[in-house]
Write a protein of this length. Structure first.
Length: 119
């Protein structure tokens, strides 16, 4: 069984999801539930902090794809931050940087939401 957890924090109006462990077919439902919880609570400015994410499978990537359009239609976005190099390589290989805002740090992701709300 994979070891995975999602923590919730806020930075102003931004919901931060801290991913830890291995995101795969066995644990993807946990991330899906976390994103759905954010949407239900109308927290659609979401930063996924991947600093402690050690592995991601196609099932984990699928969760992001399944929810991004709905989150954006609700006026929000999902920004991905602080990925480990080997995890970023998986995102990069599949073209995710063209679809998602992937940045080096949580602070950079949060500030991008702040900058876009100032426009």
């Amino acid at each position: 069984m994979s070891n995975f957890s999602v923590g919730f924090r806020s930075s102003g109006p931004v919901q931060i999801l801290d991913l830890q462990g291995e995101l795969d077919a066995h644990t993807a439902a946990d991330l899906e539930a976390a994103i759905q919880k954010c949407q239900k609570e109308n927290n659609v400015h979401i930063v996924v902090n991947g600093a402690e994410l050690m592995y991601i499978s196609s099932a984990g990537l699928g969760v992001f794809m399944a929810h991004i359009e709905e989150v954006r239609d609700g006026g929000g976005d999902i920004k991905i931050a602080a990925l480990q190099p080997k995890v970023f390589n998986v995102f990069d290989l599949l073209g995710f940087p063209m679809l998602f805002d992937i940045v080096d740090s949580e602070e950079a992701a949060v500030s991008r939401f702040e900058a876009s709300s100032a426009d």
